[in-house]
Design a protein around this ligand. Structure first.
Ligand code: GLY
Ligand code: MN
Length: 463
């Protein structure tokens, strides 16, 4: 937990931004896997963690904006709980750890919420995303499950995004810890990247590294020789020479801050010249756009810089042709780079995505594009000091998409389909770092993780 003043200050800023009413933060409950007492790994709600800090199931936080008082609601452990789970701090001790004014029981929460509703007070809630949570909320509020969404509050979403988007030094230190664990995960995967090993052996080993460092992975490991499938969670293939492995994986710290790193490496430890060509153009898109990620510039502009670097690299290889400014403006490069350059990172790997991607990544001034490819950019708005962004360009040869565009003769003036056909067995390359936007520019977080062709090959072949 951070010092208690951190949580107090965050809630004060939040109350000032929201202006009136009650703000309700439901924490998460345990979630049953195959029977009630065999549960999934418990993951606290990220906004509850941000404002109330307690990483345990069964708590609710309320900020009363009108009185300026914050209350933690939960029930104390019973003797039965203590016998099975061990001694636990009381609700009032936990409330003190995060500097709330008072604490009370869940029965008291129901009475506070129902009174507020009856007297017409505004209750602000973030969008609920778990079915069990909606059922519990309906019970405490005395409304139907369908009515729970009527308490979702745009002013609360706006205020939470404003606060959580800018990371303080405690949060940056946590994310750097998560990146350093990811560094060990990725170099381990590289060292195992030899023919005869199975993808699942690599993914299982790196997931174990995250766990051994105190947190789970921050999202299910993406690791595959079929890197052209952007989020490939199938790990059943035996590695074969001539292919590359895309590994997109991160760790979560014990305080639930995430890293999100991608590296691509050749099975056998040596890139072929064809692999090197594509790898180096993705690397250039990554390394050249990180210093361009500066306060005041939109991330859409940075994304388009990356797209142009990739398109120009593909033109040099004879895969694209014509004017690359025009090709990128038209969206032709998206055949090879169909996703966005990156997203915010923090307590969620796609930070705050549950609040609504457009609230996080777009603004009144910059709206999401509906062009294929650009539409997947999760974050298009202006960068600000303290944002943490992923920078993750990629280049893929997706047979189904290539086949569709070719049959439609789509962008024939920009794409050399005959040449593209010789890459149908290539797979894909993605390279991703986690980047802090600073006052004067940007900084890649954590200890550097091998990224150049030479560094990746050296890491793979080190004895
Ligand atoms: N690391 C997976 C993603 O960014 O979507
Ligand atoms: Mn990512």
């Amino acid at each position: 937990m951070f010092p208690k003043e951190v949580y107090w200050q965050r809630r004060k800023f939040l109350r000032d931004l929201v202006g009136e009413g009650l703000i309700l933060f439901p924490g998460n409950e345990e979630s049953a896997m195959n029977y009630k007492s065999n549960t999934y790994h418990f993951r606290q709600d990220s906004s509850f963690l941000y404002f109330f800090g307690i990483n345990k199931p069964g708590f609710y936080g309320v900020c009363d904006v009108d009185s300026g008082k914050d209350t933690l609601y939960g029930d104390n452990f019973t003797m039965g709980d203590i016998i099975w789970m061990g001694d636990q701090p009381s609700v009032s001790e936990l409330a003190d750890d995060v500097a709330t004014d008072t604490s009370d029981t869940l029965a008291a929460l129901a009475s506070v919420l129902q009174k507020a509703i009856q007297s017409g007070r505004k209750i602000h809630m973030l969008p609920a995303y778990r079915g069990d949570q909606i059922i519990s909320l309906a019970g405490y509020m005395g409304v139907s499950c369908e009515e729970v969404s009527s308490f979702h509050s745009e002013s609360l979403i706006g205020a939470v995004v404003k606060l959580r988007a800018v990371k303080d030094s405690y949060e940056i230190a946590e994310i750097e810890k998560a990146v350093d664990v990811a560094g060990i995960m990725h170099t381990t995967a590289m060292k195992m990247g030899f023919a005869g090993n199975f993808e699942r052996e690599l993914s299982g080993s790196i997931e174990g590294i995250a766990l051994a460092h105190g947190g789970p992975v921050s999202f299910p490991v993406i690791l595959s020789m079929n890197g052209q499938i952007l989020h490939n969670h199938y790990h059943g293939n035996e590695l074969v020479d001539g292919r590359m492995v895309v590994c997109d994986a991160g760790a979560e710290t014990s305080m639930c801050y995430a890293s999100d790193i991608t590296r691509t490496f050749p099975v056998g430890g040596k890139f072929s010249s064809r692999q090197k060509d594509i790898y180096n153009l993705v690397l250039k898109a990554n390394t050249d756009t990180i210093p361009e990620s500066i306060p005041g510039r939109t991330y859409r502009a940075v994304h388009l810089m990356a797209a142009k670097i990739i398109a120009n690299g593909l033109k040099d290889l004879g895969i694209m042709k014509g004017d690359m400014e025009e090709a990128v403006a038209a969206g032709a490069h998206a055949l090879f780079f169909p996703h966005g350059l990156g997203h915010m990172l923090g307590l969620d790997v796609h930070d705050m995505e549950g609040l609504g991607e457009n609230y996080v990544g777009y603004s009144d001034a910059i709206k999401r594009s509906d062009q294929f490819g650009l539409a997947y950019l999760r974050m298009g708005r202006e960068l600000e000091t303290g944002f943490v962004m992923t920078n993750e360009p990629g280049c893929y040869f997706i047979p189904a998409l290539i086949g569709q565009w070719k049959s439609e003769k789509k962008f024939e003036q920009f794409i050399n389909y005959d040449k593209v056909d010789s890459y149908l067995d290539f797979g894909g390359v993605r390279i991703e770092d986690d980047v802090l936007i600073t006052k004067t520019g940007s900084r890649v977080l954590g200890t550097p993780i091998p990224k150049t062709v030479d560094d990746v090959e050296e890491t793979m072949n080190a004895k």
